[in-house]
Design a binder for this molecule. Structure first.
Ligand SMILES: [Zn+2]
Ligand SMILES: [Zn+2]
Length: 117
C-alpha cells in the first residue's frame, strides 16, 4: 500500500485558534476569524442597501484605520452603502414615530367624542 501525506491548508481563527467555522477573513490584513470571534473582532459591511451578498469583512483595527484614512476605495464604497442603510432605517423610524403620534391623537379625539361627557 502506498501512502501519501497530504498537507491540507486549514484556516485557523486568529483569536481562539479554532479551525471550526472559520469563514471570516479581513479584506486588508487577511486575518481569519471563526464564527464565535467574528462578532467581537470584525466589522461586516453589506453589499447592498436592501440585500446582503458579497459582504466585506474587516477586522476592527483595519476598519478603524480605513475610517481614519478614507483612502481605500472598496472600504469607502462599502461605507456608503452602510450609510444609506442607516439613513433608510432613520427615515422609517421617523415615519413610524409620526404615524404613532397621529394615530394616538385620532384615537384620543374619537374616544372623547364617544364619551358621554
Ligand atoms: Zn475564534
Ligand atoms: Zn485586518
Amino acid at each position: 500500500m502506498t501512502t501519501k501525506q497530504v498537507t491540507k491548508e486549514t484556516k485557523v481563527c486568529d483569536v481562539c485558534a479554532s479551525d471550526k467555522n472559520v469563514w471570516t477573513t479581513c479584506l486588508i490584513c487577511g486575518r481569519d476569524y471563526c464564527y464565535n470571534c467574528r462578532k467581537d473582532h470584525t466589522v461586516t459591511y453589506s453589499e447592498g442597501v436592501h440585500f446582503s451578498g458579497r459582504d466585506g469583512d474587516y477586522c476592527i483595527s483595519c476598519d478603524t484605520n480605513l475610517l481614519k484614512s478614507g483612502t481605500d476605495r472598496l472600504h469607502t464604497a462599502y461605507l456608503k452603502v452602510k450609510q444609506l442603510r442607516a439613513e433608510e432605517t432613520g427615515w422609517y423610524q421617523d415615519f413610524k414615530t409620526r404615524v404613532d403620534a397621529a394615530e394616538k391623537k385620532l384615537k384620543e379625539l374619537r374616544e372623547g367624542v364617544n364619551s358621554p361627557w
